[in-house]
Design a protein around this ligand. Structure first.
Ligand SMILES: [Fe+2]
Length: 272
C-alpha cells in the first residue's frame, strides 16, 4: 500500500498570493500532476491541514477543483489556517465519517489503518487534541489491536528547533504519547505545520513532518531568528507500507534529469 501525503497547501482565492508571494494554487496543481504521474499510483492521499489560507469557502472550493483529477480517495484534516466546521462543510464525505464537530475519523478499509485527528484550536495557531480527541484515539486503537496503523494530525507533538514554530506545536503531546504507548500496532505518526521534511521518534515510533508542495518554513535554528519562509524545492511524503513497516520517502515535485541507467545493454555497469 502506498500513501501520498500532501500538507499545508494554503490555497487562496484566485488572483491572490500567500504572503503576497506564493501562488499556492500553481504549486498544488504541480503536486497533483506529480501524484498522477507516479507509478504505481498511491492508493490514497492524506492532507494534514492548512488546505486553505483563511478557511474561506471559496478556498476550499478551489482546493477541491485543483485536486478533482485525483482518482484515489482524499482524506483531509484541518490545520490552524482551516477550521473543523469549514473543512466538514467543504467535504461532506468526510463529515459522514465524523461523529461530532471535530474532524476525528478512521480509514479502515485498507491494509494500513489510518487514524486522522483534529488538532485545531479555534482562532489559535497552536494545537491540542483535547480530552475528547485523545479518548477517541484510545478507543479506536483499542478496537483495532491487530491492525497496523498510521496516526495523523496537523501539529507536531515535538520540537523541531525552529523556535517560532515550536511555540505553536501540539500542546497535549505528553497525553498523546501515553495513548500511543498503549497501542503497539501504531507504526508511525505524521503531521504537517512546519512545511519541512523532519524525522524523529515519538512515543517509541517513527514520527515525520511532511514537507510542503509550496513554501518552506526557513530552516532557522537560531532561536532569535524571525519567522520567515524560503521557496525550497517542493515535495511531498510517500509512505510505503511494506513487510509490516512504514517506509517514508520524500518525493520532489518537478522535472529533473533522468532516469539514467546504471547498466548498459551488455548488462555491465556503465563506466563512462
Ligand atoms: Fe501551514
Amino acid at each position: 500500500m502506498l500513501l501520498a501525503q500532501l500538507t499545508d497547501t494554503h490555497i487562496r482565492r484566485p488572483g491572490t498570493r500567500a504572503y503576497g508571494v506564493v501562488d499556492t494554487a500553481h504549486f498544488l496543481e504541480a503536486a497533483v500532476a506529480h501524484i498522477l504521474a507516479l507509478s504505481p499510483r498511491p492508493d490514497a492521499v492524506i492532507v494534514t491541514g492548512d488546505l486553505t489560507d483563511f478557511d474561506d469557502a471559496a478556498e476550499y472550493a478551489r482546493f477541491s477543483a485543483l485536486t478533482a483529477a485525483l482518482p484515489m480517495p482524499l482524506f483531509p484534516i484541518p490545520g490552524n489556517h482551516d477550521s473543523s466546521a469549514g473543512l466538514l462543510a467543504a467535504f461532506p464525505q468526510i463529515a459522514a465519517r465524523c461523529a461530532g464537530a471535530r474532524v476525528n475519523y478512521v480509514v479502515d478499509d485498507a491494509p494500513l489503518r489510518l487514524v486522522m485527528l483534529d488538532s485545531t484550536v479555534p482562532g489559535r495557531p497552536h494545537g491540542t487534541l483535547g480530552e475528547a480527541g485523545l479518548a477517541f484515539l484510545d478507543r479506536v486503537l483499542a478496537e483495532g489491536r491487530e491492525r497496523p496503523t498510521l496516526v495523523a494530525a496537523h501539529h507536531p507533538p515535538f520540537h523541531t528547533g525552529i523556535r517560532h514554530m515550536d511555540v505553536q506545536n501540539l500542546q497535549d503531546a505528553a497525553a498523546l504519547e501515553q495513548v500511543l504507548r498503549r497501542h503497539p500496532q501504531v507504526l508511525g505518526f505524521t503531521c504537517g505545520h512546519v512545511h519541512r521534511a523532519v524525522t524523529t521518534s515519538f512515543a517509541g515510533i517513527a514520527a515525520t513532518i511532511a514537507p510542503a508542495p509550496a513554501h518552506a518554513v526557513s530552516l532557522a535554528l537560531d532561536p532569535a531568528a524571525p519567522p520567515s519562509f524560503h521557496m525550497e524545492p517542493p515535495s511531498l511524503s510517500l509512505h510505503l507500507f511494506t513487510d509490516g513497516r512504514l517506509v517514508t520517502h520524500r518525493s520532489f515535485i518537478g522535472t529533473f534529469s533522468g532516469p539514467h541507467p546504471f547498466f548498459g545493454a551488455d548488462g555491465k555497469a556503465i563506466r563512462g
